[in-house]
Ligand binder design. Sequence first.
Ligand code: NAP
Length: 340
Amino acid sequence: MKKIRAAICGASGYTGRELLLRLLRHQGVEVVGLAHGPSSEDCSMPDLFPEFKTLCELPVLGVETLYSQDLDAVFLALPHGASAPIAKEFLARGVRVIDFSADYRLRDTEVYEKWYKVAHCDKENLKKAVYGLCEWYRDEIKNAPVVAVPGCYVTSALIPLIPLLHDGVIEPNDIIIDSKSGISGAGKKLTPQVHYCESAESFKAYGMFSHRHTPEIDQELTKFAGANVNVTFTPHLLPIIRGILSTIYVKLKDGRSPSDIQSSWDKAYKDEFFMRVRKSGTSVEIRHIVNSNFCDMSYTAGPGRVIITSALDNLVKGASGAALQNFNIMFGFPETEGLI
Ligand SMILES: NC(=O)c1ccc[n+]([C@@H]2O[C@H](COP(=O)([O-])OP(=O)(O)OC[C@H]3O[C@@H](n4cnc5c(N)ncnc54)[C@H](OP(=O)(O)O)[C@@H]3O)[C@@H](O)[C@H]2O)c1
């Protein structure tokens, strides 16, 4: 069988590295190109990440070297604003794009420009982009020229909440999402906020009422609720390397009982390999999902509220694993290929 020829832009970054590890064990892919960004020089993969020695010794070159390559797909593990101009080049050459950034996630460019503070430079392709939440957009993903991989915090919120809003189990306008992420969520660039001395042995909230994942969560939940949803979302920086745990406070609609949560999740996810509904009354844990593409979820009912916990690996189900799952759908592979 002819292998799909794929390349990674952003191979020098955290999510690019995670993706390559998984593509190397994928039976249907040949990785033919790797690109770095402005802060790296031409080199080989083991120069950047020694763990690739003997596994993958491909050169890592400038993005423009990939434009002339014969490619079927390109993964853009790039920051927002950097992705769209590069995606545009590949799409013009008929290469299918899987983008990790926010550039193709928000349908409304005014919302994008307000929250990300950059002009959107590819409104044409945005119209054809599909939101890559695999469990909910599978049919659209199959033929999409460009897929936007959902944000990591966003995925941890959407996975448990979409079925409950879709089935009318919870109130759409009383949702509080309290998320904690490991520090790799910020990427490899060092900033004072994520410096070891500032983040180790401590724990803090940030981006209160201002985190860029808020409009993305609202966009998707509104779609499935059939009513306007505006969540209260507070992210926190957890002094661990990887993993997200979200604690989500919801209210049941009148006439609904906690067991409706179980039924709704069972209906949505019983055949979804990467969705794991855990026993009610317990909290899910980061250590159970680290390095995997699983998203675990559980609920506990109490007076007047239900508390949901969800956990996923920000670098895997929150980024590169979801990207590969999208790729598998786009090119007709089993969704688990390269991921288990
Ligand atoms: N980290 C996570 O947990 C996570 C989760 C979900 C989504 N995401 C999203 O995934 C994307 C990548 O995140 P990351 O954590 O992997 O970031 P990262 O570790 O900072 O890596 C960013 C990569 O992009 C390259 N790059 C930066 N500017 C570029 C430009 N103008 N042209 C070409 N390449 C450029 C960098 O190259 P050089 O370093 O060589 O300059 C690097 O390879 C971001 O959009 C992020 O929001 C990340």
